[in-house]
Design a protein around this ligand. Structure first.
Ligand code: KG4
Ligand code: ZN
Length: 349
């Protein structure tokens, strides 16, 4: 086997059509990874008008963009399609119309070129996304990983770079979804996270205080729908005043403070129970500055290593699917026949 293998990774689980080419050395358990190209065609503008992702519109856009996006990723990487060693594709979870486009496209490429196909769990993509930032993979495990995205919120305990267990998840809305819904209540555009966060940073103090549901529950589960409802009641009470930009910023800050508090408190509690040596925070919401600052402070105080994905790898991308594929290969996963790979919208981690 040649030392470096090339992987073409494809991601279409939600509203980004993405492809990346990676060169990986999978002879070690902690593979060395070099990203040769990464292309993301975002559909945000299409869905912003509707206030959220519309599955049929997403699927049509994936169909339109998948070929140009994959072609560009290959061109930028200077790797010919016939020289690829593996193709990796997001199998699920996600929106079925979106997933089908990526999975069927990847299957077609795999069958036409005889390249093995690796189905990858989208959440494993997020989970492994910060691993390219780890220079010294010693004394890392157990690692507590908080995955906070638009569709999921979960705490995962990693025993090593292969074995992990989900110990908690949201019982209703995901953290990112709560950001998106609060933005909508305030008349702000989709996706809500970046704009709510920007407004929150405009001010230092807020006169509002929102509840922190389930923060002291004994499990590691989360609930964000009550928090969103609390924001809704405040917005209804304030009626016209909400148009005032200071009030809007104060609501955003109080909401963000509550989310950050819940996520940090629960993660730190899992760290203590599982005697973790490190923490990672991944998924779209991990791009949030207030969240990053809070985790930096808490992890420093508790002498924990902390990892975030590098810029651009928090929100959905294909590079993270390639990274998860590299770890799967390094851990010698069994590769099933291409024809057996089927998109699964409810795929569990
Ligand atoms: O991981 P991701 O791209 O998609 C899913 O797999 O769901 O996450 C998207 C989510 C959206 O809900 C978006 O509002 C949120 O991540 N997000 C943020 C920030 N940037 C993106 N939330 C809070 N602060 C941000 N800076
Ligand atoms: Zn995601």
């Amino acid at each position: 086997m040649k030392k470096n293998q090339t992987i073409l990774a494809i991601e279409t689980s939600c509203d980004e059509t993405a492809a990346a080419v990676l060169s990986v050395d999978i002879t070690q358990k902690f593979p060395k990874i070099k990203t040769l190209s990464s292309i993301i065609k975002s559909q945000i503008k299409l869905h912003a008008k509707m206030g959220g992702v519309v599955p049929d519109i997403a699927a049509r856009a994936h169909l339109k963009y998948i070929r140009p996006v994959v072609t560009k990723a290959l061109k930028d990487s200077k790797v010919r399609i016939t020289d690829l060693d593996y193709i990796a594709v997001t199998q699920g979870p996600g929106l079925i119309p979106s997933l089908l486009v990526g999975v069927e496209f990847a299957k077609m490429l795999s069958l036409a070129t005889g390249t093995p196909l690796l189905p990858i769990n989208h959440m494993a993509g997020h989970l492994y996304s910060p691993f390219t930032e780890i220079r010294h993979p010693q004394n890392l495990f157990p690692m507590v990983s908080l995955i906070v995205s638009g569709g999921h919120t979960m705490i995962v305990v990693m025993k090593d770079s292969k074995n992990y267990t989900v110990v908690g998840h949201t019982v209703d809305d995901a953290a990112g979804e709560a950001f998106d819904k609060v933005a909508k209540l305030l008349g702000l555009p989709y996706p809500g996270g970046p704009i709510v966060s920007r407004l929150a940073t405009k001010i230092k103090k807020t006169s509002f205080e929102f509840p922190r549901p389930m923060v002291h529950s004994k499990d590691y589960n989360f609930s964000f729908s009550g928090l969103k409802t609390a924001v809704l009641y405040h917005v209804q009470d304030l009626k016209l005043k909400i148009e005032d930009s200071r009030t809007k910023s104060e609501i955003c800050k109080a909401f963000e403070d509550a989310v950050v508090d819940i996520l940090a408190i629960k993660t730190l509690r899992a760290v203590k129970e599982y005697k973790a040596k490190s923490v990672s925070v991944t998924g779209g919401v991990s791009a949030n500055t207030a969240l990053q600052k809070r985790f930096q402070k808490d992890c420093k105080e508790n002498n924990l290593k902390l990892f975030f994905p590098k810029k651009g790898l928090s929100t959905d991308n294909a590079e993270m699917i390639g990274i998860a594929a590299a770890f799967a290969l390094a851990n010698k996963v069994k590769i099933q026949p291409t024809k057996k790979v089927i998109a699964n919208p409810n795929l569990a981690l």
